[in-house]
Design a protein. Sequence first.
Length: 222
Amino acid sequence: MQRGGARGTARDIPSATVGRLITYLRVLNGLEARGVERVSSDLLADEAHVSAFQVRKDLAYFGTFGTRGTGYTVSSLKGELKRILGLTRPWRVAIVGMGRLGQALADYPGLSEYDFDLVAAFDVDERKVGQRHGGVVVRHMGELGAAVAELGLEIVLLTVPVGAAQAAVDAVVAAGVRGILNFAPTVVSVPEGVKVEPVDFLAALKRVSYFLHEGALVEDRG
Ligand code: NAD
C-alpha cells in the first residue's frame, strides 16, 4: 500500500534537498518512459547518484511514501514530487532581455515541455520590439506592468547585461512578479517574498576547471 501524504511544504527544506527532488523527478520520468512501474530507494539512488539513505531522508521531509521492502510506485511518487515542487500546473513565464541568450531561450522547446509557458518577452531596444521569437512578440519594457496584469506573469527569465540587471529586477518586482531566474552574472537585491535564482554556466565551468586542475595537482604530488 502506498502510504501517507506530505507533512509540510517545500518552503523550509534545504535547497540541496530541493535540487535532489528535481533530480529524482527526472529519474522517475525516465523510468516511467521505460515502462518501469515500481522503484526501490536503491535503484532511485543509483540513477540519481546519491545513497539510498539520502533518498529516504529527502523523502521523509514530506511524510512517508512507499512500502518497506517493495519501494515506491513510480507514478505516485512522481505525482507527490510534482506536487511538492509546485509542478502540477503550468507557470506563466516571460523573458526580459531579448538579446542572444533571451532569443535562444525563447526558441528552446523544453520550456513548455516542462510546463513553463512562455507568454511574453520584453526589451528596451526599439529594434527588438515587434520581433517574434518562440511564439511571442517582443514588447517594450514600458508595457511590463500592464502585461503582468493582462497575462498573469509569474516568473521572469532575466537575460539583460550586468549593468542593467538591478534596474530590470526593480521593474519586474514593481510589476508584481515574485520569481526571477537571473542569468546576468551579478548579485541583485530583491525585497522579501521574491525569489531570485542565479544561473551561471561560467561559474560551473570554473568548477570543472578546478576539478581538472586539482587532479593535475594530485598527480604532481603523487
Ligand atoms: P545581449 O547584449 O545579446 O542581450 C541583452 C539584451 O538585453 C539586449 O537585447 C538589450 O537591449 C536588453 N536590455 C538591456 N537593458 C534592458 C532592460 N533594462 N530591460 C530589458 N531589456 C534590456 O546579451 P546576451 O549575450 O544575450 O547576454 C545576456 C545576459 O546573460 C548577460 O548578462 C550575460 O552575461 C548573461 N549570460 C549568462 C549565461 C549564463 O549561463 N547564465 C550565459 C550567457 C550569457
